[in-house]
Design a protein around this ligand. Structure first.
Ligand code: PRX
Length: 703
């Protein structure tokens, strides 16, 4: 572990600016709310960034916190918006006339595709914009310069408009894996104001169809297939199923556009359907050399939808705006990731999730950076792969999730030593990172010379909410840091009382103010948006003052004496598997498609590598008897409905599920039993006896 570095004394002042931290001792989790994950971490020491890093950082001016202080809100966010090129300047930075539907940079016009591509051509035409690394190691990288990206995006934009008939405001669904076709498709849609809706490539056909139905989207863009863990995955076969599933829910998919991994060579077993399916590479030939004008979009025009799981069954289409989102992604990429155009930046996440949208595509490209994309999994063909990529490409900024870090650490803890790469910053995102894992990331992956930013945020927030600014604030293992500039987080208890720093109590982390990256609404369901994120702590629903509308994030957190937030995890019924949110209701609905099952409950089981994995407890319909076959069918139905990522570790068929007298399933009790924790007093349940039976079943079949 590196000692706190020596740094400019002038920077040592009150939180949240850099300071040498004495341990404040004591556990932070003595009075945890029932709904929160109990942790008993001790306070960790602070670690300072190397002076070499500070010397080159994009943001080393401590005045930023004052500039973004409450007295300068909302105008402070001009600083982010001014990183972009506007076709027309905005007249109102923040419009709060219809809370909580905030509007940002109102009156402004800009195009996201132009900002990520065209405006860099004059200086960076021949610079790599995207370096795509195929999973098969012997296959060459594909390098898209800004010029090449410009050509492909223009030509594909014409395919979207002329072949697929899409126009501004229409939705287009992508079910694409980590292949350059995905950012090209996104930027092509953005060029014409078509709202893109990427569904994570690993999700099932059914999940994709449901999202198409919700978005009322009739054009599907997919590919013939891709490599994952050495296997060829047939994606076009999936697309055919998606079309069938979509028709069941009332969506007639009009066209399926198929990118081929090797243009001219079709590797899927699924047949092409005449009049419906088209090879993109053939269509692109017809558009060769054509250009399309990037439409100046209103700042508030939606840029994309990103579906995410919540506490109820239906995934929510988080609708993100053009101006505010792009400004926020660019600003945070610049100040937290410290991306300069000359850096080689690799965010090892999937573009099918918000991390990839904001920090593989929009943020880095808006800054004219080189963004690396890798097709495959971390361990293929061996645990050295990531470090070979970093070494070969000269990656100097690395960004990934705790689940990947845990996996690499477990597989080959000394592997990074063998490779000659040097990171200046590293990021983690998606779940709490254990201090021990953090230290391995810092000492071994970062070789003790890189800053780590632990970034806490969500699909809904568009960009980072809490993190340290790497040249200005010390790192603390396991802590996300303070609110970002212009973000004012607060922790409330269940009754809306503030839990202050150093109280050593957990509560619900909220953001007191609006910010440019916040989603606009839930697509097609504004009421749910208000209900889900604002009603819990809204002080006055008729108020037009943003101070009355704190954003409820749905995470538990504690605030340390030094003003750093430690995020404890979700307080709603969401299970995070390898960093990805899965709704308990979605899992349960899928389990119920097994005809013998009458009731099901999904709970998280702690897992060393993936953070959590789902477990299913289910009771059977009268007349049915428990069997291995039923268990296997539940697993396969879940994989079919949601995708392989959602597969439960085990299915327990039990006589009944523990319930309150009002009939609510006590998932908390099931989770405690599964994780070998104390499940507390159950005597008030409607059926307390079943708890012991379940405990025995779990003990006998421990997984
Ligand atoms: O519980 C928090 C956890 O991930 C949730 C958001 O998930 P999603 O919308 O899929 O977005 C993930 C990528 C931004 C949060 O509510 N989470 C995210 N980052 C962190 C985290 N938990 C702890 N520490 C983090 N750095």
């Amino acid at each position: 572990m590196g000692k706190p570095g020596v740094f400019n004394k002038a920077l040592i002042c009150d939180p949240p600016i850099l300071k040498v931290m004495q341990s404040s001792g004591g556990g932070a989790a003595e009075h945890l709310l029932e709904s929160e994950i109990g942790v008993h971490w001790k306070e960790e020491e602070l670690i300072n960034p190397p002076p070499k890093f500070i010397a080159q950082a994009n943001m080393a001016d401590p005045a930023i916190f004052e500039r973004f202080g409450e007295e300068n809100f909302p105008e402070c966010f001009r600083e982010y918006a001014e990183l972009l090129s506007w076709d027309r300047y905005w007249h109102t930075t923040l419009d709060t006339s219809n809370p909580p539907f905030w509007k940002w940079f109102v009156g402004g016009k800009l195009n996201a595709s132009y900002n990520c591509i065209d405006r860099h051509l004059a200086k960076h035409r021949n610079k790599a914009a995207i370096i795509w690394v195929p999973e098969q190691e012997e296959e060459p990288d594909q390098i898209l310069t800004f010029q090449e990206l410009y050509s492909r995006v223009n030509e594909f934009a014409l395919v979207l408009s002329e072949v697929a008939g899409l126009k501004k405001g229409d939705r287009v669904t992508f079910h694409l894996p980590m292949n350059p076709s995905l950012p090209v498709s996104m930027l092509a849609a953005a060029r014409l104001g078509i709202i893109h809706n990427e569904v994570f490539g690993g999700f099932s056909a059914k999940a994709c169809a449901e999202r198409m139905e919700d978005a009322k989207s009739k054009i599907l863009v997919t590919c013939d297939g891709y490599y994952r863990n050495g296997q060829w995955i047939d994606k076009k076969a999936d697309a055919d199923l998606t079309v069938d599933e979509a028709s069941k829910v009332g969506i007639k998919v009009e066209k399926v556009l198929v990118w081929r991994r090797y243009p001219g060579k079709y590797l899927s077993k699924a047949e092409m359907v005449a009049g419906r399916d088209y090879f993109v590479d053939e269509l692109l030939k017809k558009m060769h050399g054509k250009r399309v004008y990037p439409i100046p979009m209103d700042s508030e025009d939606p840029l994309f939808l990103m579906y995410t799981s919540g506490s109820t069954g239906r995934p929510k289409g988080c609708q993100h705006r053009t101006g505010g989102y792009l400004a926020y992604a660019a600003g945070t990429s610049k100040y937290v990731q410290d991306i300069h155009p000359e850096d080689v930046y690799w965010c090892f996440a999937d573009i099918g999730w918000i991390t990839g949208h904001s920090y593989i595509v929009y943020g880095p490209l808006a800054l004219g950076a080189t963004t690396v994309m890798y097709e495959g999994v971390p361990m293929f063909p061996d645990p050295g792969r990531s470090w070979r990529i970093a070494e070969r490409l000269g990656v100097n900024i690395f960004h990934t999730a705790p689940t990947t870090i845990r996996m690499l650490r477990k597989a080959a803890p000394n592997e990074p030593d063998k490779y000659n790469y040097h990171f200046k910053t590293m990021t983690t995102v998606g779940e709490p990172i254990e201090p021990e894992v953090w230290r391995w990331y810092y000492d071994v992956v970062g070789k003790g010379e890189a800053c780590i930013t632990d970034t806490w945020w969500q699909t809904e927030t568009g960009g980072i909410m809490c993190s340290t600014l790497p040249a200005l604030q010390s790192m603390k293992p396991g802590s996300a840091g303070s609110g970002m500039p212009g973000i004012y987080p607060i922790i409330y208890d269940e009754n809306g009382n503030e839990i202050k720093k150093g109280e050593r109590r957990a509560g619900n982390i909220c953001i007191r103010n609006p910010w440019p990256g916040i989603m606009q609404t839930i697509w097609g369901d504004p009421e749910r948006y208000v209900r889900q994120y604002y009603l819990k702590y809204c002080k006055n629903t008729s108020s037009k003052d943003w101070h009355d509308w704190p954003y409820f994030a749905g995470d538990g957190a504690v605030l340390a004496p030094d003003g750093y937030f430690r995020i404890l995890g979700r307080v709603d019924d969401v299970i995070k598997v390898a960093g990805h949110r899965l709704g308990t209701k979605e899992l349960e609905n899928a389990a119920l498609t097994t005809k013998e099952i009458s009731e099901a409950a999904a709970v998280p089981l702690a897992d060393e590598l993936r953070g959590h994995v789902p477990l299913i407890f289910a009771s059977l319909k009268p007349g049915a008897t428990p069997s291995k076959e039923i268990e296997a069918e539940v697993v396969s139905n879940i994989a079919k409905e949601l995708g392989p990522i959602a597969k439960p570790r085990a299915v327990y068929l039990v006589p009944d599920l523990p319930k309150t007298r009002s009939g609510k399933i006590m998932r908390r009790v099931l989770a405690a039993i599964s994780n070998n924790e104390d499940y507390g007093d159950v005597t008030t349940l409607a059926n307390p006896d079943v708890v012991e039976t379940i405990r025995k079943t779990v003990r006998e079949h421990s997984v």
